[in-house]
Each structure stands twice: as C-alpha cells, then as structure tokens.
Design a protein. Structure first.
Lengths: 164, 579
C-alpha cells in the first residue's frame, strides 16, 4: 500500500542526502520524493511516498525523526489528506484526428494543453497519482513521447497542520 | 570581544567545551589548526601513528570516562583513515567529536589534492556531521557537535572544516555559546510514567523473569540504579557483551553474558522467561539467534533512549522510550512503594531451575574445557590468571575474535566502564589504541589489552605512540598463530578447510618487536611460566609490556549458539549440543 510521509527539515546543506541515504542504508524504497523550501525559508518540506507494512512504516517514521535536521515527521496517509501530483506529457499529434482526440481526452481529465507544435501536443495534468496513471493508460494507443511527473505533495484535510 | 582566527577559535572552543585531550595526526588542510594548538597550553594533543588509532584512542578514553572523546585529522586520507574508528563508535553509541581538515572552500569539488567529501563518506556512520563554511560559525558548530554527541543516544559527530575557514589572517569575534538550543533536536526523555507503572506491575507479577541489561546502562551511568532494582527484586540478571560490568560479574544473581557465546544458564533463562526486562539493549542478532524462535513465552518490556531501537528486531509489549537512568530510578521508586512484592515462591523455583542449569553446563560452576598442561596453554586460563593477578580491577580492552569472547566470559567485570571492546562493528585493531585512551584517562590504573596475533597487527604501530606519550599499557597477546575465530568457524562449517586463516611462518618475533619500540617483551610457552610472568608484567608499572603467550590453537569458544536455532540451542563443546 502506498504511504505518504511528510517531513519538515532544517533547510541545511546535506539534509536531503541524509534522508535519501537513510532509505538506501536501511533497505527501504522511495517511490516519489519532492522537496522545496517552505514559506519560512529556514525550513524545507519534503514529501515522499513509499510502501511497506505498518511496522516498517513505523520504523521509517522513527528513523526519519532521528535525523538531527528533522523538525517534524508525519505519515499523511494515516489520516484524511489531499494529495496532488503534476504531470507533463509530450505526445505526438500530427493529424487533425489525433489532435481532436487528444484535446477531448485532455478535457475529460481536466488537463491543459500548454505547448503546441505542428507535430506534438504538450499536456499538463494535476491530480492524485491514480488519476495521472489513468490518463497515461488512456493514451496507450497513441503513444507518449515523454512523461515527466513531479512526485506527490500532500497536506492534511481539515484543521490539522504541520508546523514547528 | 576578542578577535581570533578560525584555527584559534577551534582550539579555544575545544577548551570551552571541556576538552583536555585531542588525539590526532597533522596534514596540509589541518595545519592552521595545528599551529593554533602549538600556541596554547589548555588542550593537549597526542600524536598517533595512524588516524584510525586516533579515533579508537579517543573512543577508549570516552568509554572509560564517560566524557566525549576528541580526534583531529587532516583531509583526504586522514579523514578516510578515521572512518573505521568512527563506524566503531557509531555502532556502540560512543560520544566522539572528530574534526577533519578539508581543502579550501574554493577548491571543494575540483578533485583537489587530498580532497575527500568527508561529510558524504561518513554520513551513514555518524550521528550528525557539519561542514563549516565561515569562521564565524565555528564556535557555535563545535558547541553543537559536543551537545549532539553526548546527549540522547550518544554517537560520533564529524566537523569538517575547510582550510580557508581557519585562515590565520582572517579574525572574527569569538564567543562560545552558554547553551545549545536546537528546535530539531530535543533528546531528553524521562520515559512515560504510565508505561513505567505498567512495566513495574508486569515485573512484580513475573514468575520467570530475566533482567537483560546492555551497553545503554553503562553509557547512561545507570548501573547503580540497575543494581538497586535487582537488589529489590532478587531476579536473575544477564548482561550483553556491551553491558558487561553494568551488573557485577561476580555477583550470585548474575547469570553471565547472553547470546552467541553467552552462558547456558543466561540463554536458557531468556528462552524460558515469562518476562524479559530489557534495558539499554537492542536485541541484536548476536543475542537473539533466530528471531522466529526467540523467547516464545516472554512479555517484553523494552527501555531504550532511542525510539528506533524499540520494536526494531523484536516487538516490545511494553515499550518505554527514555534514558536508562531516569526510567530505572522511577522504576525503583515505584517498586519500593508498591503494595505488592515479587512472588517469592515462583522466584525461588525459578532460581532452583537456573541453578540446575548452572550445575549442568555452566562455565562458572565447573571447568568445561581441558585444563592447560605443560606447553599446552589454554586461552581461558590466561584470562583467569589475568583476573587473578589484577584482582579483577583492571581496565580490559580487547580486539575481536576468540580472545575477546574468552575475556568476556572469564574476566568477571564488577564495575561499568571496565570492559572496553568493539561490540557492534567488531573492529580488529581496536584494543591497543583504545587501551592508550584508557591509560591516558587513568595513569595509575592497570590497563590490559587482551588481543591476538591477528588483531594486534592491525594497529601495532601504536606501540610507538605508547613510547612517546608514556602510556604503560599491558598487552596480553593470545597467540595461537591463527585467526582463531575464523578457524573455529572453518572447523564448524567448512570441514576444517583453513582458507587464509593461518600465517605459516610469517609471524614476527613479538618480543623483539616490543623491544624495538623500547618496551618489555615476554614470551610464554609453558603454563608454569604464566603466573610468575603475569605478576612480573603488572609489577612493571611504568613500562609497556607485551606478553606473547602461546595458546592452544585447537581451542574453540563455547558455548556457541547453533545457527538458526533458539537462544538456548547451544554447542557446549566440540561434540555436545543442548537438547
């Protein structure tokens, strides 16, 4: 099962390598990872998705917390939460039939065509990971040229928030 | 406010962090720091012969005193040579600060001469690390380094300092922080009161309890609290390899070390226990044997300062995250006030059972190996003699292998910090430099390094360091002319095919070698020489003595857990296994 873990860290050089190193060192997998400074520029927010049973996730959360640069860790997927991922797809669109079909498909998934050439469309899509997977699935017959995904970011639903 | 250069700030900050001794080795990137050391008298530097030894010596000093050990090395090879020492300290949770010189900031990333990414290389084996990029940050960083190293679950901290940050011509105001506050690191923990109460109840209800105490008790100076708890309860106690001395080895409630080479009674008691009270121990694989078969009937109470240690290998029924001293103190006070006392009938029956195990296969109730005779000296007898001659009061450091296990089994440590060995990483070459650190801390104490001809050769160059700094350690070399533990495994698992565990005729004349360094060498080949020579050795107070003792090459360490078995499945000797 996919688990989403959010970490608030000191925005220090090397902090990210400690997180990544921890995962390889302890034999855990990272499926997606995103990191950027927060509104408070001394802090970075890191979101990662991983798999594993409850005991493994508990260890991962504890190990992340043990890193000296870590300020807060939560498993987002433990409670109600919102997750989003951004995807940009470049796809062949050289005939008017193809272009019409792609436009329809993009609209259905609430995507945006953000670049156009005579032979290609570039489509941007935002949603949870399953939605992005479904869009890729819908394009199987057309064949994508390039897919780039941001990895998951997420936030708790309701009044709960992650802070120092 | 005083203006100082980066180099001077480092040394001043070390002084203000309470550091008296630094073990190290100079080199290009560290020369500004070395020059600063030269120009003051507060911080004493001890020159070693290899950076690995600098870290081990700082480590030995720390284990014996409880203070943070300090090492100073240069960039590149100096830093990488320190790595084994840092990993050793990390595995055993020893507080160290290792300062490494680095190439100038302007050269980082250019594959400069003697450049190594020390923060990167050391990352998996440090509690934390810093790369200092401004002279203004040095004092605060060093203060943080000592704070992080010594609090919570202790460990080594690396501070990597580029050469231009220590530039003697760039001076900044020096101020050492009074207090370190970090929003991301707040380690103090007293343990959850409710959990401690629950644990106390379970402990008092126990019919077949075992107290399983590890190195955390020693590191946290909690031995007195442990002893008080045991006195109240009258329960059996076992110590891990790292925990030896936490509870007195010569006490009747002590059932010996547990685990792979632990006693039968300790391992059997663990296996049959209904309550295991684990404190400052981490259920590592050299203790538990097969996790699936581990202590099938036990309720497990686990006290550890590090939450990641709890329920990592073995699920704890009552986890308590807190320092050993705080939790044990609270536990003692709860038990003193409890209306209930231990179930004396059940506990008496439990002791009867344990005493029966002791009588059946215990190594302290009867000698379980063929005794020494003539030129066949048994390594166990050497340790027993060492115990006798030093009256059980020596600091004993060891390397890794059979000699380490014999020392752990046959030298009964009554005090914490008396037994100093590389338990987690299992670093050959640790014993001699660690002994230097201990001797520096306690100049008048007997410090014995129990080693073998394999391990001692991994850091033997430090015999020269002992000469320079007058560190009169005693080396007890159990020389069986083979990598004994490797050979034992080859006997047991590889039909005695001794792949690269023998030296043929290549071993040095250790007596001549010791003398070449200006020390006293002794060679002992007959059991009758052992006692007088050992006495002579320890009577030579001011000299390093290298006792090269020829021991039986065929001897194995027993008991030994059967791989893949439960804790109590043990080889008792070469032909006999427990049922």
């Amino acid at each position: 099962m996919k688990r989403i873990i959010s970490v608030l860290m000191e925005n220090e050089a090397g902090a990210l390598s400690r997180v990544v190193g921890l995962f390889s060192q302890r034999g855990y997998n990272i499926d997606t990872l995103t990191v950027a400074p927060t509104d408070d520029e001394t802090l970075s927010r890191l979101t990662l998705t991983t798999g594993g049973d409850d005991r493994m996730i508990e260890q991962i959360v504890k190990q992340l917390h043990k890193l000296i640069d870590t300020v807060k860790v939560i498993e987002l997927s433990e409670g109600a939460h919102i997750e989003r991922e951004l995807m940009i797809v470049k796809i062949k669109a050289s005939t008017s039939d193809m272009r019409a079909e792609l436009k329809r498909c993009s609209d259905i998934f609430r995507g945006h065509i953000i670049d156009v050439t005579a032979a290609t469309y570039t489509i941007q899509l935002v949603g949870d990971s399953d939605k992005l997977d479904a869009f890729i699935g819908a394009l199987v017959d057309v064949g994508t040229m390039e897919v780039v995904r941001s990895g998951v970011v997420g936030i708790s639903r309701g009044d709960k928030f992650l802070h120092v | 406010m005083e203006l100082l250069s980066g180099g001077d700030i480092i040394v001043r900050a070390l002084r203000d962090a309470g550091v008296n001794f630094v073990w190290g080795y100079p080199g290009g990137a560290a020369l500004h720091i070395y020059d600063a050391i030269f120009r003051q008298d507060d911080v004493h530097h001890l020159l070693v012969r290899h950076e690995q030894a600098a870290v081990h010596a700082a480590d030995g000093f720390s284990r014996a005193t409880g203070q943070v050990g300090t090492a100073l090395v240069t960039s590149g090879p100096g830093a990488t040579n320190a790595i084994t020492g840092i990993a050793t300290a990390y595995m055993d949770s020893i507080p160290l600060v290792v300062i490494s010189g680095q190439v100038p900031l302007t050269k980082i990333g250019q594959d400069a001469f003697q450049e190594t990414d020390m923060v990167g290389v050391s990352r998996p084996i440090v509690k934390h690390s810093f790369l200092v990029t401004r002279a203004e940050d040095i004092a605060a960083t060093i203060a943080k380094a000592y704070y992080i190293a010594s609090t919570g679950r202790p460990g080594p901290v690396v501070v990597d300092i580029p050469k231009d940050v220590t530039d003697p011509n760039y001076k900044v105001a020096y101020q050492f922080p009074d207090k370190v506050v970090m929003r991301s690191y707040q380690p103090s923990s007293r343990g959850h009161k409710g959990q401690i109460k629950r644990a106390a109840k379970v402990l008092l209800d126990a019919k077949r309890p075992v107290i399983y105490a590890g190195g955390g008790v020693i590191i946290d100076n909690a031995s007195e609290h442990l002893r008080e708890l045991v006195r109240l309860l009258n329960y059996p106690v076992t110590n891990t390899l790292m925990g030896l001395g936490a509870y007195p080895g010569s006490d009747s409630l002590f059932v010996g070390m547990l685990g792979m080479h632990g006693t039968y009674e300790a391992n059997a008691a663990m296996h049959d226990a209904d309550v295991i009270f684990a404190v400052g121990a981490r259920f590592d694989d050299r203790v538990t044997n097969d996790l699936e078969k581990f202590c099938p009937r036990a309720t497990i109470i686990h006290i550890d300062v590090d939450p990641t240690s709890v329920s990592k290998n073995i699920e704890a029924h009552i986890p308590i995250v807190g320092t050993c001293s705080a939790v044990l103190r609270e536990m003692v006070s709860i038990i003193k006030q409890a209306p209930q006392s231990p179930d004396s009938v059940a506990i008496d029956a439990w002791w009867t059972q344990i005493n029966q195990w002791r009588a059946e296969h215990g190594i302290y109730t009867q000698t379980r190996y063929e005794p020494s005779a003539g030129n066949l000296i048994k390594p166990q007898d050497v340790i027993k003699m060492l115990y006798e001659v030093t009256e059980g009061k020596a600091y004993v450091t060891s390397d890794v292998g059979q000699h380490q296990m014999f020392a752990a089994q046959y030298y009964l440590f009554d005090q914490p910090r008396q037994w100093i060995n590389s338990g987690g990483l299992g670093t050959m070459g640790f014993g001699l430099p660690a002994a230097m650190g201990v001797q520096l801390a306690f100049p008048d104490a007997h410090v014995a390094c129990v080693t073998g001809e394999g391990s001692i050769q991994m850091c033997i160059q430090e015999l020269s360091t002992c000469t320079q700094h007058q560190l009169p350690i005693k080396i007890i070399n159990l020389n069986n002319a083979a990598l004994g533990m490797v050979r034992q495994w080859q006997d047991m698992n590889y039909s005695s095919r001794y792949a690269e565990s023998l030296y043929e005729d290549s071993l040095p004349d250790f007596v001549a070698l010791a003398e070449a360094y200006g020390h006293v060498g002794m060679r002992i080949e007959h059991i009758d020489e052992l006692a007088p020579k050992m006495r002579e050795c320890f009577a030579l107070k001011d000299r390093v003595v290298f006792m090269d003792i020829c021991v039986d090459r065929a001897e194995h360490v027993y008991p030994m857990q059967v791989p893949g078995g439960s804790m109590r499945e043990l080889w008792l000797n070469k032909s006999e296994k427990t049922q």
